[in-house]
Design a protein around this ligand. Structure first.
Ligand code: PEP
Length: 254
């Protein structure tokens, strides 16, 4: 974790939890994290549970985000949800370019760029996900792939827009597999992302950018990851589904 960067601990629930389950989760989580003021805490339920989660978290230090967004504000785009709609619903954050969206739903780097810009335009903070597959890592292409994702996804944004987003480095081979990147592997890519952002957007934007790690983060490995200078938080899938385990991650300082 670097100086001056407030950590972000975000839970990606994926396609889990109904509204009733989200409200129950919120009631369990609130007292477990109410003492944490030196980190931003975010949960990202499915669209249908956003309202229940928001209601149950009103007045708490836990913020709510969506898992995806479409770049048009409104129109004939059946099944999609826009950034102004998420903002009006009470969301502060939105995940963009998660590897499951890229792999299962054909999301491209160009789509990620449009979604990130639309989210920022509506006053949401995008969590822009990047990361290599196992085959790409084994072919020593990690930095090329992540570099391309960052250049295309964020290259067109202004320095001011960069201040409103966070990046999540999520190696695809570590997501939902129990195989976590070593702190050294994570730090190497986080450093490369920060250098690239410095090159594109300048030193102040790079220095302020929060880069989260994601991929099998648990209470038992989060502290070691967070001890790396360029790891500024975590995007958590499986371990964010239980209030107890997510709270333990949020309270990684002990
Ligand atoms: C994720 O879905 O973003 C993720 C990192 O999942 P998990 O923590 O389960 O690997």
């Amino acid at each position: 974790m670097g100086p001056g960067r407030k950590p972000v601990l975000a839970g990606n629930w994926k396609m889990f939890k109904t509204g009733a389950e989200a409200a129950a989760f919120a009631r369990e989580l609130r007292p477990r994290v109410s003492m944490i003021h030196d980190a931003e805490i975010v949960v990202c339920p499915p669209f249908t549970a956003l309202s229940a989660a928001l209601q149950a978290l009103t007045g708490s230090n836990v913020q709510v985000g969506a898992q995806d967004v479409y770049w048009e504000a409104e129109g004939a785009f059946t099944g999609e949800v826009s950034a102004p709609m998420l903002k009006e619903a009470g969301c502060r954050w939105v995940i963009v370019g998660h590897s499951e969206r890229r792999q299962l739903f054909g999301e491209t780097d160009e789509a990620v760029a449009r979604k990130a810009a639309a989210a920022l335009g509506a006053g949401l903070s995008p969590i822009v996900c990047v990361g290599e597959t196992l085959a790409e890592r084994e072919a020593a292409r990690t930095l090329d792939v992540v570099g391309r994702q960052i250049r295309t996804g964020l290259g067109g944004l202004s320095e001011e827009q960069m201040a409103g987003l966070v990046v999540a480095y999520e190696p695809v081979w570590a997501i939902g597999t129990g195989k976590v990147a070593t702190p050294t592997q994570a730090e190497e890519v986080h450093q490369a992302i920060r250098s690239l952002v410095r090159e594109i957007h300048g030193a102040p934007a790079a220095g302020a950018l929060r880069i989260l790690y994601g991929g099998s983060v648990k209470a038992g490995n989060v502290a070691e990851l967070m001890s790396q200078p360029d790891v500024d938080g975590a995007l958590v899938g499986g371990a964010s589904l239980s209030a107890e385990s997510f709270a333990a991650i949020v309270r990684w300082r002990g």
